[in-house]
Design a binder for this molecule. Structure first.
Ligand code: TRP
Length: 378
């Protein structure tokens, strides 16, 4: 029989402001009323980023409709944003790697709002100046990913203040009780926090507002952001706006180096790979912390093999760093059979992460000179 303690462990919470517990993604799809990504859709994403091909993006809203529109030669776009509460780590890149991959595959425009206002409202200790500073820094990391100039539009809420005009029109159509119900706002939250959903809805509808063309956009996001999608889909059709409902692609959460476990604040810096990390830092952190699915002794590893399904190094290779399906399969088989040892698997990852970061850091430096080609200010 299950004890109440075990049952309690299964309680999980997913809101835009809080994610906790062990997440049951199937349940979440039912709770949120989204649709699992079908084989038919996955087939059309064969040439896209591993994050899209290998199940990390697992659920959607009307992405089939977006693909249809594309196939009929209609205008489609991608929009996803970044809340700049700190410098960026690998996990933060997830929706942007996907946005870039969709841009490459479908040759569409990408819109990237930077919600420095959101993080300023929500993070008690983040100052106004810091939120702007992180926004500027994060923008360089995003440009470094290689988005196409002329087809990529980045804007920062505190700099592109024109967004307020659109957000205000939307705010007028969101009642306080809707905001409260959808976002679980509490009386102790400040009013900036309650206004913000209007801003994010403005972000999501921005491609249609900016291009003055009614069309379908897709929003790749973590599943925790789905309440914003639902709200925005309702607003889109309001007669004030008469816009197309946005589609969405939902990602699972990316494990820290420690595995699925929730990190405490003091562990956080150690449990992630920052885009600014040095080669030595990467090597040290992966060796020390990357949760292993291997056996405690070499002899046992050779005999029983490791478990790639829970091994963070393998998962990172699968999600980010080994796009070649055959090579990934070989690593998986060798690890399972005991031929490949944990240390060797970690070495593969370390080498891949470091070559990615070396290139990224170089491109971030170069991005400083071309910011003007990507950022809309007025
Ligand atoms: N709220 C998102 C976050 O905290 C960032 C964000 C801002 C966003 N605007 C967006 C995400 C529009 C998707 C679409 O990460």
């Amino acid at each position: 029989m299950r004890t109440s303690k075990e049952a309690k462990k299964e309680v999980f919470k997913v809101t835009p402001w809080e994610v906790s517990g062990k997440i049951d993604y199937e349940k979440l799809v039912k709770q949120f009323g989204t649709t699992p990504i079908s084989e038919k859709i996955r087939e059309k994403l064969k040439e896209c980023h591993p994050l899209l091909r290998r199940g990390i993006y697992f659920s959607h809203r009307e992405f089939d409709k977006w693909l249809d529109a594309y196939e009929k030669g209609k205008l489609v776009s991608v929009i996803t944003g970044r809340g700049p509460s700190e410098k960026m780590h690998l996990g933060h890149l997830v929706p942007f790697l996907v946005a870039k991959s969709l841009q490459d595959r479908f040759n569409c425009d990408v819109f990237i709002p930077i919600s420095d206002d959101e993080k300023f409202f929500v993070k008690e200790n983040l100052t106004y100046e810091q939120s702007i500073e992180y926004a500027k820094d994060n923008i360089l990391d995003l440009i470094a990913l290689g988005f196409k100039p002329g087809k990529t539009f980045i804007f920062q809420d505190f700099a592109y203040t024109d967004i307020y005009k659109f957000a205000a029109q939307i705010a007028k159509r969101i009642t306080y009780s809707t905001a409260k119900a959808v976002f679980g706002l509490k009386p102790e939250n400040n009013v900036g926090w309650s206004f913000y959903p209007a801003m994010q809805a403005a972000h999501i509808l921005f491609p249609q507002y900016y291009t003055k063309q009614k069309h379908i956009s897709v929003v790749p996001v973590g599943i925790d952001q789905d309440p914003f999608i639902r709200l925005t889909r309702d607003i889109a059709e309001h007669k004030d706006f008469n816009l197309e409902k946005p589609a969405a692609l939902h990602a699972k959460f990316i494990p820290s180096l420690y595995g699925q476990a929730k990190m405490s604040a003091s562990e956080q810096s150690e449990g992630v790979i920052w885009l600014s990390d040095s080669e030595k830092e990467v090597e040290r952190k992966i060796k020390k912390h990357a949760f292993s699915g291997g056996q405690p002794t070499l002899e046992e590893q050779r005999r029983k093999g490791g478990n790639p399904d829970i091994d963070v190094s393998f998962q990172y290779l699968k999600m980010f760093f080994e796009p070649d399906d055959n090579k990934l399969k070989k690593i998986e088989e060798d690890y399972r059979s005991g031929k490949l040892l944990t240390g060797e698997l970690k070495d593969i990852l370390i080498q891949k992460v470091n070559s990615f970061l070396k290139e990224h850091q170089k491109r971030k430096e170069q991005a400083r000179k071309v910011v003007g080609n990507f950022v809309i200010e007025k």
